[in-house]
Design a protein around this ligand. Structure first.
Ligand code: SF4
Ligand code: FES
Length: 365
C-alpha cells in the first residue's frame, strides 16, 4: 500500500484503454491479451461501457483508446463512440482493420470517431499474413487504410517488430508514408504473456536493433512535419529499463472486456493479484483507493538495488509485468536493468535466442 504522500499527489489519469472484447480474427504469436481470454457472455454491456466512459471523463480522462481483441467485433461500437463523443473524449480506434469497410467507417465517423490506428504485422503481405495467421489480412489493411484517409480521419500505422521483420524497417517507414499516415508506431514485442512462449522465434539480435534505430533516427529527420515516428529501443539491449506505462497507475488505466480495471494493460499477466471490477466500484474509487493501483506507485515498494539507486525516480524500477515474467516476483528490479542480478542471464538468453533458427510460431487461438 502506498503512503499518504503518493495518494495526496495523485493526479487524474489522462487516458483509458477500453478493451471492448477479446474476440479477434487474428492469431498473433505475440498477443498481449492475457492467457485466459474472456468470453463474449462475460463482456460489459453497452450501457455498462457508456457508464464507464462517463465516469472516465468525470475523473479527468481526455483520450479513450478503443481496443481489444478486435474492437470492431462489438456490434455496439457506434454507441460506445457516441458516448465518448458526448462527454468530450478524443477517441482512437485501435484495430486490425480486417472487419472494416467504407460504410462501417462512415458510421463510426458520424458517431464522433476522431482517429484510427491500424496494426500491420509486416511491410509485406507474406510476412504479415503469416504472423496474423489470416489470409488476405495485409491486403485488407492496405485497402482500409486508404478508406480511413479518404474519410478524412487521421491515421496511425502500428507495426510490432521482431527478428522476422525488423530488417524491413525501411520498407515499414515507406509503407506508412505511402498510406499517408500521420504517425508510425514501431513497437518492439514485449516478452510477457503469450509472447514469452514465442520469444525464441521473435527475439531480434543487437545488430538488427542497432540498424533499426539508425534507420528510424534518419527517417525522423527526413520526414519531420510529415510523419511522426514513435520508437523505443527494446530494453533487452539497453542499459537501464524504460519507465513502463509512465509509472504503474500513473497516467493510464485499462478496463478489460468483463470490467476489471487495471493499472497497466498487461497487469493480468501477473498471477495471484486481485483486480477490482467497475461493476462493483466506481472508477474514481478504484483509481485513488484500490490496493493494486497503489501497490507499485511511487518508490516505497522497491527492494534493492532499486531502493537506493539514483535512477529510481527516472525509471521507477522498469516494468512490473516483465519483472514478474522473468523472475516470478513483481517487486523485483526489471531484469532489463544492467544492475539487476538477473540481467546477465536475461541478456545471454536473448542473444542465444536471437541466433536460433527458423521460427515456429505458436499461434494465439
Ligand atoms: Fe532503475 Fe532499479 Fe535499475 Fe536503478 S536498479 S536503474 S532504479 S531499474
Ligand atoms: Fe505492465 Fe510494464 S507492461 S508494468
Amino acid at each position: 500500500m502506498a503512503d499518504g504522500s503518493v495518494v495526496s499527489t495523485l493526479r487524474p489519469p489522462i487516458a483509458m484503454l477500453a478493451e471492448l472484447t477479446h474476440r479477434c480474427p487474428l492469431q498473433c504469436p505475440y498477443c498481449s491479451n492475457p492467457l485466459d481470454l474472456q468470453r463474449r457472455s462475460e463482456e460489459l454491456t453497452t450501457e455498462e461501457w457508456c457508464d464507464v466512459i462517463r465516469q472516465a471523463a468525470a475523473l479527468g480522462v481526455m483520450q479513450i483508446h478503443l481496443s481489444g481483441g478486435e474492437p470492431t467485433a462489438r456490434s455496439d461500437l457506434v454507441e460506445i463512440i457516441a458516448a465518448a463523443q458526448a462527454v468530450g473524449l478524443y477517441s482512437n480506434l485501435i484495430t486490425s482493420g480486417v472487419m472494416l469497410d467504407e460504410a462501417k467507417l462512415a458510421t463510426l465517423k458520424a458517431a464522433g470517431l476522431d482517429h484510427v490506428q491500424i496494426s500491420f504485422q509486416d511491410s509485406r503481405a507474406a510476412g504479415g499474413n503469416l504472423i496474423g495467421n489470416f489470409k488476405g489480412g495485409h491486403e485488407k489493411k492496405l485497402a482500409v487504410s486508404k478508406l480511413v484517409r479518404d474519410a478524412g480521419l487521421p491515421l496511425t500505422v502500428n507495426v510490432v517488430v521482431h527478428r522476422q521483420n525488423l530488417d524491413r524497417i525501411e520498407e515499414i517507414v515507406d509503407l506508412a508514408l505511402a498510406l499517408d499516415a500521420h504517425r508510425l508506431e514501431v513497437a518492439h514485442v514485449q516478452y510477457y504473456g503469450w509472447a514469452l512462449t514465442n520469444r525464441a522465434s521473435l527475439m531480434p539480435s543487437r545488430a538488427q536493433v542497432d540498424h533499426a534505430t539508425e534507420v528510424v533516427e534518419a527517417a525522423r529527420k527526413e520526414h519531420r512535419g510529415r510523419l511522426a515516428i514513435d520508437y523505443v529501443v527494446p530494453d533487452y539491449y539497453a542499459r537501464y529499463p524504460k519507465k513502463c506505462m509512465d509509472g504503474w497507475g500513473s497516467q493510464y488505466f485499462a478496463v478489460t472486456p468483463r470490467g476489471r480495471m487495471l493499472p497497466c494493460h498487461a497487469a493480468e499477466t501477473i498471477t495471484g493479484l486481485d483486480f477490482p471490477s467497475v461493476r462493483e466500484e466506481s472508477l474514481a474509487e478504484i483509481w485513488a483507493g484500490a490496493e493494486i493501483f497503489n501497490r507499485f506507485r511511487g518508490t516505497d515498494w522497491m527492494a534493492e538495488p532499486c531502493r537506493s539507486c539514483e535512477h529510481r525516480e527516472r525509471d521507477l524500477g522498469g516494468c512490473r509485468c516483465q519483472a514478474f515474467a522473468l523472475t516470478g516476483d513483481a517487486t523485483a528490479t526489471d531484469p532489463a536493468c544492467s544492475l539487476s542480478p538477473h540481467h546477465a542471464e536475461m541478456l545471454a538468453t536473448a542473444q542465444a535466442e536471437a541466433d536460433s533458427g527458423d521460427p515456429e510460431y505458436i499461434y494465439r487461438r
